[in-house]
Design a protein around this ligand. Structure first.
Ligand code: PLP
Length: 400
C-alpha cells in the first residue's frame, strides 16, 4: 500500500472518542451505559437558529459562501465581541471557520514553523498539542496544579517561555478541569506576557458563558489592552448555544494574522455552510437569556456531582468555576484492586475498570496531560448523573 505521510505519526486518536466508542460497543450489546465522556451540551439547538437556517435554505442561500464568513455573520461576531468582551474588532480582523477547532488549526498552520514552541497550560484539551505537532511545532506543557485550582501560575509560565516560543494558548474556563481565571489572575498572566513581546497569545474562550456563582468571565485582550495586538481571541457557538453539529468557530485578532489564517482557510475548507452562518447570526444577535438559564442548570449539576464525588473515600474533587467538567483526583486509589479483580495502576486502568464493572464512561486524566485524575462531563441529565454517581460510589466501595 502507498505510505501515509510521516506528519500523521505524531497525531493521536482522541481518548474521549476511544472511550465513547467503548460505551457504544457496550450499548450495542443492550447494556445500560452512563456516558459521561462527551464534551457537548445535552440541550437542543435554540429554535431561532433552526428557523434561520431553514429560511436561508428556502431563500436559496445555498451557494458557495465567502471564505472568511458572510458580511452579516462577521458583523454579528463584531457586535458579540463588543457586547460580551468590550473588544473592538474591524470586520477585516474577524474570521470564521468550521468550528473553534479549525480556527485553532488555521492559526497554528499559519504561524508555527518546525521547531517552534507552543506553551500550553496543562491539563489541556487534547487537540492543541496534536495540532502543534501536526505543524512540526513542539508543545510545551506547563502544569497547573490542583492546589492552585488548576490555574496557571505566573512564575511557571515565565519559566516555560524561551526565544523559540511562538504562542501561549489560554483556555479558561478550561477543558478538562473547569478552572476559570479571575481578572486578577488573568492580569498576572498578562504581566508575564508583556515581558515576552515575541509571543502570540491565543485565548480559546469556548466556555465563556459557562461560569457559575456570579463568577465573571474575562479575556486577556480586554484585561490588558497592551496585548490586544498580539492576541487571537477564539470563540464559537458549539458550547454556548448547543450547536456542536453546526460547525462554526470564529476569532478576532491582528489583521495580518487573520489574513494569513484566511489563506490557510481558503485551501482547507473554503468557508462554513451557508445555513450554519445564517443560524449563527440568529443566535449571536438574538435573545441571550438562554445562556443564563442553562448556566443555572449546569451549576446545579456541578454542585451535586462535585459533592457526591468528593464525599467518596479516596477521591478528591475540586469545585471549579466553569465549563461542564469535573476533574477528580484519584491518587489515593492507585494500587488498589477492584471488586472484579482488576489492579488500578494508572488513571487509564481506573477509567477502563469503571466502564467494564459499572458501565460508566469517563476519560482518564493522562489523556489531558495530568495523572492520576479522570474527567467527567456533567452535560447530561440529572437522572443520569445521579445514577452515574451511584455507580462510581459502588465501584469505589468495592476497591480493596
Ligand atoms: N476548544 C475547547 C477547549 C474544546 O473543549 C472544544 C471542543 O471540545 C473546542 C475548542 C472545539 O470546539 P468546536 O466545536 O467549536 O470545534
Amino acid at each position: 500500500m502507498p505510505a501515509i505521510a510521516d506528519r500523521l505519526n505524531s497525531v493521536s486518536v482522541s481518548a474521549s472518542v476511544e472511550m465513547t466508542q467503548k460505551a457504544r460497543d457496550l450499548a450495542a450489546q443492550g447494556i445500560r451505559v452512563i456516558g459521561l465522556s462527551t464534551g457537548e451540551p445535552d440541550f437542543p439547538t435554540p429554535d431561532n437558529a433552526i428557523e434561520a437556517a431553514h429560511a436561508a435554505a428556502l431563500a436559496g442561500d445555498t451557494k458557495y459562501p465567502p471564505t472568511d464568513g458572510t458580511p452579516a455573520l462577521r458583523a454579528a461576531i463584531q457586535r458579540k465581541f463588543k457586547r460580551d468582551n468590550n473588544l473592538d474588532y474591524d470586520i477585516s480582523q474577524i474570521l470564521t471557520a468550521g468550528g473553534g477547532k479549525q480556527i485553532i488549526f488555521n492559526a497554528i498552520m499559519a504561524t508555527v514553523n518546525p521547531g517552534d514552541e507552543v506553551v500550553i497550560p496543562s491539563p489541556s484539551w487534547i487537540s492543541y498539542a496534536d495540532i502543534v505537532r501536526f505543524a512540526g511545532g513542539i508543545p510545551v506543557p506547563v502544569a497547573c496544579p490542583q492546589e492552585n485550582g488548576f490555574k496557571l501560575r505566573a512564575e511557571d509560565l515565565d519559566a516555560a517561555i524561551t526565544p523559540k516560543t511562538k504562542w501561549l494558548i489560554l483556555n479558561f474556563p478550561n477543558n478538562p478541569t473547569g478552572a476559570a481565571c479571575s481578572r486578577a489572575e488573568m492580569a498576572a498572566i498578562a504581566e508575564v506576557m508583556l515581558r515576552h513581546p515575541h509571543v502570540w497569545i491565543m485565548t480559546d474562550d469556548m466556555y465563556e458563558h459557562l461560569v457559575y456563582d456570579d463568577f465573571e468571565f474575562c479575556t486577556i485582550a480586554e484585561v490588558e489592552p497592551r496585548l490586544y495586538d498580539r492576541t487571537l481571541t477564539v470563540n464559537g457557538v458549539s458550547k454556548a448555544y448547543a450547536m456542536t453539529g453546526w460547525r462554526l468557530g470564529f476569532c478576532g485578532g491582528p489583521a495580518d494574522l487573520v489574513k494569513a489564517m484566511s489563506n490557510v482557510n481558503t485551501q482547507n475548507a473554503g468557508g462554513v455552510a451557508t445555513v450554519t452562518q445564517a443560524a449563527a447570526v440568529a443566535v449571536l444577535d438574538g435573545p441571550q437569556d438562554l445562556l443564563k438559564e442553562r448556566a443555572a442548570i449546569y451549576r446545579d449539576r456541578r454542585d451535586y456531582v462535585q459533592a457526591r464525588l468528593d464525599a467518596i473515600e479516596g477521591i478528591s474533587c475540586h469545585k471549579p468555576e466553569g465549563a461542564f467538567y469535573l476533574f477528580p483526583n484519584i491518587s489515593a486509589l492507585i494500587g488498589r484492586t477492584t471488586a472484579g479483580g482488576r489492579r488500578i495502576e494508572t488513571d487509564r486502568d481506573f477509567v477502563l475498570a469503571l466502564i467494564e464493572e459499572q458501565q460508566v464512561v469517563t476519560v482518564h486524566g493522562a489523556a489531558y496531560g495530568m495523572s492520576p485524575f479522570f474527567r467527567l462531563s456533567y452535560a447530561t441529565s440529572m437522572e443520569r448523573l445521579v445514577e452515574g454517581c451511584d455507580r462510581i460510589e459502588a465501584f469505589c466501595a468495592g476497591l480493596k
